[in-house]
Write a protein that binds this ligand. Structure first.
Ligand SMILES: C[S@@+](CC[C@H](N)C(=O)[O-])C[C@H]1O[C@@H](n2cnc3c(N)ncnc32)[C@H](O)[C@@H]1O
Length: 249
């Protein structure tokens, strides 16, 4: 297996889905939907780190077929259950447990790849590899849509800032990309819930899973990070992008 600079494991995400995790807001991120309205996606669609499937189902409601991939079995079970509950739309979706960091392994080409809080999980090496792989995943004219954190999360093992300059350096004309949109966005999370008293013990469990340790200092740091995130309210600074594949030469 090649080197990776991702600190997370499927174990962390599986335990996060034991509760409703803060990113699981029960709908697709509104700023991603805004991008779809401006730059309509084509099918078939690949959803990287699809979580419990709300984004995939929103795309299926537009008549697109969607393959959703997530490392966490618990998330995929929930996504399949949501799809089964809306059979006419759900039949356009397929959800699989898998590693979405190498999207070219899935049978394509895809008309669109969508990414709601996936890219921001990874370090620079994985991000660069992912961008290269996307080029082989999308059809000519296909689009990659992304929304991610625009700030470093105060928790250990949590999302790292996505910068405009970084995206412009990855998705260049020389590599066969055209940037259609790249702008500040809001990322909705359930952080106020994290700070609520009723949810206190669940937040502590999540802090423990994120810190991946029983060490008291690390746990205290993680809990403080959660509190700092909770203090921001229900939306955090994000970045949204839509880039398009253009044939080279
Ligand atoms: C921040 S959550 C976002 C989930 C979903 N896209 C949403 O907007 O609600 C990141 C998701 O990526 C998944 N994930 C992390 N690493 C992954 C990998 N290498 N391959 C597939 N999924 C992964 C996690 O299990 C988690 O569901």
């Amino acid at each position: 297996m090649s080197a990776s600079d991702s600190p997370r494991s499927s174990g962390f995400f599986d335990s996060a889905y034991g509760e409703t995790p803060p990113w699981d807001i029960g709908e697709a991120q509104p700023d991603l939907i805004a991008l779809f309205n401006e730059y309509p996606p084509a099918g078939p669609v690949l959803d990287l780190g699809c979580g419990t499937g709300d984004l995939a189902l929103a795309l299926a409601r537009r008549g697109l077929t969607v393959l959703g991939i997530d490392l966490a079995e618990a998330a995929i079970h929930q996504a399949r259950a949501k799809a089964a509950a809306v059979a006419d739309v759900g039949r356009l979706t397929e959800f699989r447990v898998g590693d979405a960091l190498h999207p070219a392994q899935f049978p394509g080409p895809f008309g669109s790849v969508v990414d709601s809080g996936f890219f921001h999980l990874f370090g620079p090496l994985d991000r660069e590899r992912l961008a290269r792989d996307l080029a082989a995943t999308l059809a000519d004219g296909g689009r990659y849509y992304l929304v991610g954190f625009a700030f470093d999360s105060p928790m250990p093992n949590a999302p790292r800032q996505v910068r405009e300059a970084e995206l412009r350096a990855l998705f260049t004309p020389e590599h066969g990309w055209r940037v259609l949109a790249l702008r500040p966005a809001r990322l909705l999370i359930r952080s106020a819930w994290l700070g609520s008293q009723e949810a206190g013990h669940k937040a502590a469990t999540l802090a423990q899973a994120m810190a991946k340790t029983d060490d008291a200092n690390a746990l205290a740091g993680s809990a403080q990070g959660l509190a700092a995130l909770a203090a921001r309210g229900n939306d955090v600074p994000g970045i949204a992008a839509c880039v398009e594949r253009v044939p080279l030469g």
